[in-house]
Design a protein around this ligand. Structure first.
Ligand code: ATP
Ligand code: MG
Length: 567
């Protein structure tokens, strides 16, 4: 007996609080021991990293306990919704590695049942048509400490309510002319109980139901019942819905019984530093051309992160690091970036690219000659193998890796100094050529032929190792370097400023004419992850083609940004 309890307790320790609640319900045999969750996006924008947190919860918990998770589009507001978003949402969930099989549902599928329920509630005296404007209704709401005022239409006869509601749906009245409200309690301490609106008139074609309906249910009247119609047992959402929960339960009780009743559980939203997470604001950035689209690599959207080169695993690892709690917090984007680096370190191919090239001529290497040297593809992955890279008399190194008058402890190249060219030879600087303004145009070196790996001299140690590419073989490419989208840590908190004023004007810089080794060009397929050694992680952008290579810098090798901010 004690042993079993102990095992149970140990198991519980590894569970977050939502998982614990679900485990308890399953153990108690609620809903016939079924677990069915849902992820309910509104198709009014692309998914962002906050949605990924909800997806990992909704799909993840179903996987963990052998349940199922539905994909349900919460499409109750035709004005803002579009099929473009439906398609993008599906692609993003699949990319994250989750699948809803045949359980793709739409709240609009339930419009007939919801309408029938509304009619029933009218007949039972639990709902009425209010002719007041939204301003009048708002002015009667009261405050949490002051009771509201009853609408003058509250005691309409059932017949009149039925007639008006049906005519609302028939399209007889203009938008805003009337609403259907639940008749609950205008003095409830929960503001959501003060005769909440159930239906409003919207005369805009719906992306699925066309012009069939002229009344559309409010979120609160649709969500719980949709859960019920679908067989959802656990409706997991974010903390802002805590005050809505009593209303969720109120409506669901109209349908449920002791054998099956969906339950709402709330966890904290994901908020990230240096970005915004509101779909309305993200839409504004897209519509006003302040970013290149929903999948702009600077956006906190899943599609933006995919384009930028983030892996699904890194997003999941980040989400499991921050966990699920019952209080709101702001998470550092550095934590996400750390997870991205960790995963890319495991999976990316090591290659050489020179971002700011300067030519080095190796004067004692035969003219016209070249040879291949072997490069390890990924020291983190023993099965990744090697690739060969050409070496020749003229190479490119980074301009920053040479200094004519270096300070102490500069271990890169300088006059009379020696460095190793990674995977190849040790070279020694013998001179430079300058233009008339004194800028260095070329560097001259000699190489030590004994120091190639595999030869006896390869053991000789020098302090610096540089990346390089053979000038004759290198291919030109462009890189797009990204920085934080916003220059303030928490744009949403700066309520007195327009969020667009806080955009970081240096969030994108484009560098053309970088030099990459041929292997990069040969493998620049969509989704390929490279580590440009000593520089960062890169992936081909969607705009990249064989004749015009364009790479996104997913992330620099180190978090240099945090350091510069602290100065
Ligand atoms: P809206 O303001 O348009 O309602 P929303 O971000 O809530 O935007 P939905 O499409 O309604 O978007 O969200 C679908 C699901 O994702 C909901 O269950 C919601 O709670 C969850 N979700 C949305 N934003 C976050 C976030 N930042 N962190 C965690 N979950 C989120
Ligand atoms: Mg929402």
């Amino acid at each position: 007996m004690t042993e079993i309890n102990e095992v149970e307790n140990i198991e519980k320790k590894g569970l977050n609080f939502v998982e614990q609640l679900v485990a308890e319900d399953l153990q108690a045999g609620k809903n016939g021991g079924r677990l069915n969750t849902r992820f309910p996006p509104e198709p009014n924008g692309y998914l962002h990293i906050g949605h990924a947190k909800a997806i990992c919860m909704d799909f993840g918990i179903a996987e963990k306990f052998g349940g199922t998770c539905n994909l349900r589009f919460d499409d109750t507001n035709p004005v803002k919704e579009d099929v473009e978003y439906v398609d993008a949402i599906k692609e993003d969930i699949h990319w994250l590695g989750f699948d809803w099989e045949d359980r793709e549902y739409y709240a609009s599928d339930y419009f007939p049942q919801l309408y029938d329920l509304a009619i029933r509630l009218i007949k039972e005296g639990k709902a009425y048509v209010d002719d007041q404007t939204s301003e009048e209704i708002a002015s009667q709401k009261g405050s949490p400490t002051i009771p509201g005022t009853n609408s003058p239409y509250r005691n309409r006869s059932i017949e009149e309510n039925l007639d008006l509601f049906q005519r609302m749906n028939a399209g007889e009245f203009e938008e805003g002319a009337r609403v259907l409200r639940a008749k609950i309690d205008m003095s409830s301490s929960n503001m959501h109980f003060r005769d909440p609106i159930m239906y409003r008139i919207i005369k805009h074609p719906h992306h699925r139901t066309g012009n069939k309906w002229n009344v559309y249910p409010m979120y609160d009247f649709a969500h719980g019942q949709s859960d019920y119609f679908e067989g959802v047992t656990h409706s997991i959402c974010t903390l802002e819905f805590v005050p809505h929960r009593p209303l969720y339960e109120y409506y669901v009780k109209e349908l449920a019984d002791e054998t099956y009743c969906p339950r709402q559980i709330e966890f904290n939203r994901l908020n990230l530093t240096y970005t915004v997470m509101s779909k309305r604001k993200l839409l504004q950035l897209v519509q006003e051309g302040l970013v290149a689209g929903w999948d702009d690599p600077r956006m906190p959207t899943i599609s933006g992160m995919r384009r930028r080169g983030y892996t699904p695993q890194s997003i999941k690892n980040f989400i499991s690091t921050i966990g699920y709690t019952k209080y709101e917090a702001l998470n550092s984007i550095s934590l996400l970036e750390h997870a991205v680096r960790e995963d890319l370190n495991k999976v990316s191919t090591r290659v050489m690219a020179v971002i700011n090239p300067i030519k080095v001529v190796i004067t004692n290497y035969p003219e016209g000659a070249s040879e291949m040297v072997e490069m390890e593809n990924n020291p983190e992955d023993p099965n990744s193998g090697n690739h060969s890279m050409p070496f020749s008399r003229e190479i490119y190194i980074e301009r920053d890796d040479f200094m004519e008058n270096p300070p102490k402890k500069f271990f890169r190249l300088s006059p009379d100094g020696e460095v190793r060219l990674k995977g190849a030879y040790i070279i020694k600087c013998t001179g430079v050529k300058k233009d008339t303004d004194g800028n260095i145009e070329e560097i001259y070196c000699t190489y030590d032929p004994d120091t190639r790996s595999g030869l006896p001299g390869s053991a000789r140690k020098v302090k610096g190792t540089l990346h390089w590419v053979s000038a004759q073989h290198a291919i030109d490419a462009t890189v797009r370097l990204y920085d934080r989208l916003f220059e303030v840590e928490n744009p949403a908190a700066e309520t007195d400023r327009d969020f667009r004023e806080m955009l970081n004007s240096n969030s994108l810089s484009v560098v053309e004419g970088i030099k990459v080794e041929p292997f990069i060009a040969e493998n620049a397929t969509q989704g390929h992850k490279f580590q440009f050694q000593r520089i960062g992680y890169f992936t081909p952008d969607y705009d990249s083609s064989a004749g015009n290579l364009i790479f996104n810098r997913t992330i620099a090798l180190k978090d240099s940004w945090e350091k510069t901010q602290k100065k």
